[in-house]
Design a protein. Structure first.
Length: 127
């Protein structure tokens, strides 16, 4: 019984170290997935809750940064870059309404720009 608890504790410590590594490397989706597994399999919630709080703060910061970076790129008419930032925002927070709205807007603009490029290639030169 004691050996089993020691093995469980060692696995928990290993998982928490992996979680900390994901946070340090800004791999928040991986950290979220690991946290979900830890919450299901561990009874010692104190260690996990502390990490969960840290994860929430880090994700909120990353969401705000990627959303704002998208706005900056959009304002500079870098629509593909803006879209990439908003996709990251939506990966971390799928219900982010503004990121969803702006990403749809950027996709429409990119589609329209592509249509104009094709049309310019097809049209005969004007005389």
């Amino acid at each position: 019984m004691v050996q089993k608890k020691n093995i469980q504790l060692a696995k928990l410590k290993e998982s928490l170290a992996q979680f900390d590594k994901h946070i340090q490397q800004k791999e928040y989706t991986k950290a979220q997935n690991l946290m979900a597994r830890l919450e299901k399999t561990n009874r010692n919630k104190a260690h996990i809750q502390e990490r969960q709080n840290l994860l929430t703060v880090k994700i909120d910061q990353a969401v705000e940064k990627s959303y704002q970076s998208g706005l900056n790129q959009y304002s500079a008419e870098n629509y593909q870059r803006a879209l990439n930032y908003w996709k990251r925002t939506l990966t971390l927070e799928p219900e982010h309404e503004k990121a969803l709205e702006y990403s749809q807007r950027a996709e429409r603009i990119l589609k329209r720009l592509q249509q104009l490029r094709v049309k310019q290639k097809v049209s005969p030169p004007s005389q």
